[in-house]
Design a protein around this ligand. Structure first.
Ligand SMILES: [Zn+2]
Length: 218
C-alpha cells in the first residue's frame, strides 16, 4: 500500500495521525508526508512566531522518526490557497508515488489553512481508493459542525514513537506547553477506550472503496 499524509503546517500530521503512519510502515507500506507550507509564521505585530529554519528542521527530524519521505512545498502559512495550482502540485505527488491511501485535514476545521488544504487534497486525491480526514488537534479543534469518528485505528504499539515525533516539534511544545502532550495522549486513550484498545486515532471518511467484496462484472 502506498500512503500519503498531507497537511498545512509542519506538526499537523505528527499530532493527528503519526500513530497510523507508523502502523502503515510497520506493515511494509510506503509512507509520504507533505506539508504544503514551511510553517514560518509572524503575528499581527510582525513578530516572528516560528522561523522557517526551525519548522523545517523539526519537520525533518519528525519524518525521520516516523520513517517517511517528506516534502515541504512553498505555500505561505496562514494564507494557503485552494486553487488549481496547489491541486495540480498535490496530484502530481500522489500520481508519482502511486498513492492509494490518503490522510488529510478535516474539511470543516476552523483553521483556514487546514480547511483549504483539505479541499485541495479531496480534489487532488479524487482517484485514490481511500481518503480519510483526521480528527483535528488541540487547541483549535472546535467547530459548529462536529467531527464524526468513523474509522478507528488501534495505534497502541506505536504511541511511544508517535510522541517522539510530536516532541520533535520542540518549538510547538514550548508554545502550547506540556499540556498539549497530555491532551494528545488523553484523546488517544479516549478513542482507544471506544474500541477496546489502549490508544487509537480516529478518522472521518471522504472516500472508501470497498475491497471486501469481489468485483461484479456488469
Ligand atoms: Zn496546522
Amino acid at each position: 500500500m502506498n500512503v500519503i499524509a498531507i497537511c498545512a503546517h509542519p506538526d499537523d500530521i505528527e499530532f493527528n495521525c503519526a500513530g497510523t503512519l507508523l502502523k502503515h510502515i510497520a506493515q511494509g507500506d510506503e509512507v509520504v508526508m507533505v506539508s504544503v507550507s514551511d510553517g514560518a509564521t509572524i503575528n499581527h505585530n510582525n513578530e516572528l512566531i516560528r522561523s522557517r529554519e526551525n519548522a523545517v528542521s523539526e519537520a525533518k527530524k519528525a519524518a525521520s522518526i516516523i520513517g517517511a519521505k517528506l516534502y515541504i512545498l512553498n505555500y505561505k502559512a496562514l494564507d494557503i490557497p485552494c486553487n488549481h495550482e496547489i491541486i495540480s502540485e498535490l496530484e502530481s505527488i500522489i500520481n508519482n508515488h502511486g498513492i492509494d491511501t490518503v490522510y488529510t485535514h478535516w474539511y470543516s476545521h476552523t483553521n483556514q489553512d487546514h480547511r483549504r488544504v483539505s479541499g485541495s487534497v479531496l480534489a487532488a486525491a479524487r482517484c485514490a481508493k481511500r481518503v480519510l480526514m483526521w480528527e483535528e488537534g488541540i487547541p483549535h479543534s472546535s467547530c459548529f459542525s462536529g467531527f464524526k469518528p468513523q474509522v478507528y485505528i488501534d495505534v497502541s504499539e506505536y504511541m511511544d514513537k508517535k510522541m517522539d515525533a510530536v516532541r520533535a516539534h520542540e518549538s510547538q511544545i514550548e508554545k502550547y506547553t506540556e499540556d498539549i502532550i497530555g491532551a494528545i495522549v488523553a484523546r488517544a486513550q479516549y478513542r482507544g477506550y471506544q474500541m477496546r484498545a489502549k490508544y487509537a486515532e480516529c478518522f472521518e471518511v471522504s472516500k472508501l472503496v470497498n475491497e471486501g467484496f469481489p468485483e461484479k462484472k456488469l
